[in-house]
Design a protein around this ligand. Sequence first.
Ligand code: SAM
Length: 298
Amino acid sequence: MGGTDGIKGVGIYQTGQLQQVLHRHSFRFKKQLGQNFLTNSEVLDALVAAANLTQNSGAFEIGPGAGVVTWRLAQTAHRVLAVEKDATLEPVLRETLAGFQNVEVRFADVLKQDLAALWETFSDCADVSVIANLPYYVTTPILFHLLDAKVSYHTAVVMVQKEVADRLTAAPGGKEYGALSVTVQYRARVEKVLQVCRGAFTPAPNVDSTLVRLRPHPVPPVTVTNEEVFFALVRAAFGTRRKTVLNSLALGMGVDKLGVARALNAACIEPKRRGETLSIAEFATLSNIWESQLNGNG
Ligand code: SAM
């Protein structure tokens, strides 16, 4: 990506500048792709600062859009790889990122990408961070795709809908706490960095946003002997929210209630509790007991 004329693209933070570039290339926003481009320089500063990039870092960006964030990453990091689904942004990005030799943009659906293979791009980087002003229609699948990929990353800084940030950081017992909270918190330390109002984007979305930072745990915060069982239990427990954990697990795991009750009892979990009151540590204990009792090992 980028020309060789030595002039390094344009940093576009303002709505007017952005509109001009987009107009030159007859670009039309696609609502169905969650296209709300960042046009607030303070939020942009916070997003890039939260990633703690160095001159040796790799930056993986999901959905570069018109390159507002990418341009900043290109100046800060050693290497930038961005994956954008909308190929009509190609001429726009060619202009905004012109002259940068350390940026590559691939036009593809990030959900269909083998991230481990993409990570080879960063073989000469000290570490890799993920940066994304995420398309909101597909936030959860993208987060799961990233967390499930066997790739190591230093930090992930993502802009998400405020409600999603609440779910990512939720503690047991509240209505925001769910499978997403447990899965993400099992994998990473999650923190809210900044509340962002809708006026920071062009066009403005219908929701407020929050900048969230994820830092992967060097080792998981709880010991789980079989992650497949752990995640299956988490999904089952939250599958039917109004039922007791006994009923949810029996239904979701396809196991008779007696077996479920035995495992719950061994894990010191009252069967009448709701799944959403279980902590990550309780899910881990239950999963380890389940693995040994119900898989015939105990
Ligand atoms: N990063 C830019 C910014 O902050 O101005 C654009 C962010 S916009 C919220 C989300 C971007 O993700 C859009 O450019 C959209 O086309 C792209 N996108 C949507 N779905 C995608 C997918 N499945 N894979 C890759 N990019 C996607």
